[in-house]
Design a protein around this ligand. Structure first.
Ligand code: ZN
Length: 261
């Protein structure tokens, strides 16, 4: 009889532990619906410094997306820029490249014109006379790539609007890690629909050794308020995520674009 009770006691205890385990392993976040699906496009060919950035960015933004309860996926296949694939995507990210074919471009235009979201880094906004994509030029705010500094260098960055949700943790200015900074002509700031959030401080000039930028307005981060979009010029090399302050800005940029109505 004692053995019978002992066995029953052990069975109840096991049942108790099982219930505890199931309860504790079901974290509250698991029951929340996935609000956003993020799809990041990148290339693993070409400029090694752009690939280095993309590899680190995939890890960083995968982690940041988890905190936002968003699903993060990535692809090197730019043909995934097509209506069926973008159907349930809440945010498209371009890390280090841009679409080249007409069908990829058409799909992206349609996606953005219908309320899609875009976060673009560094070379993903590159365009020149050979790009021949006027919609994208207007989407960016009108700036064509004009020049860059070389080698990549750290720089003091001015915060244009420290009260904006994207920049509110940066203060009035901050030191950004080494990057290749791009000049755009005309400056996107001249477009009344563009809101510039970060600008290269003039005291950085001259910046560069082989290629030097000596003067001029150099917006670094901006949004074209006609779209749910944010362009961030950072994205060259493996130092981009070496600053906690700048990382906070990246996190805040992701939160903001996900929440943009
Ligand atoms: Zn670059």
């Amino acid at each position: 009889m004692a053995l019978f009770f002992a066995m029953r006691f052990i069975r109840w205890r096991l049942m108790f532990y099982l219930v505890c385990f199931l309860f504790l392993s079901a974290r509250p976040t698991d029951s929340r619906p996935v609000v956003f699906r993020i799809l990041a496009f990148y290339t693993d060919r070409g400029e090694p410094d752009h690939i280095a950035f993309a590899r680190q960015a995939l890890v960083f933004f995968d982690g940041a997306a988890r905190k936002e309860h968003a699903e993060f996926a990535s692809t090197t296949n730019w043909d995934d820029l097509q209506p069926e694939k973008l159907n349930h995507v809440g945010l498209v990210v371009w890390l280090n490249d841009f679409p080249k074919t007409q069908s990829q471009r058409d799909a992206f235009e349609k996606y953005m014109d219908n309320g899609g979201r875009w976060l673009g880094f560094h070379v993903s906004a590159y365009n020149d006379a050979d790009t021949k994509w006027l919609w994208f030029l207007a989407f960016l705010g009108g700036g064509v790539f004009y020049a860059n500094n070389w080698p990549p260098l750290p720089a003091k960055i001015i915060v244009d609007d420290p009260s904006h949700p994207v920049t509110h943790r940066l203060g009035a200015s901050f030191e950004a890690p080494a990057n290749e900074w791009y000049v755009w002509k005309p400056s996107p700031r001249l477009n009344k629909d563009v809101k510039v959030l970060l600008t290269l401080a003039p005291e950085n000039y001259p910046i560069g050794l082989k290629d030097t930028i000596t003067a001029g307005d150099l917006p670094v981060v901006w949004t074209n308020t006609r779209y749910r979009m944010l362009y961030i010029n950072m994205g060259h090399g493996d130092k981009i995520f070496s600053s906690n302050q700048q990382n906070n800005f990246f996190t805040d940029a992701l939160s903001w674009i996900l929440e943009t109505k």
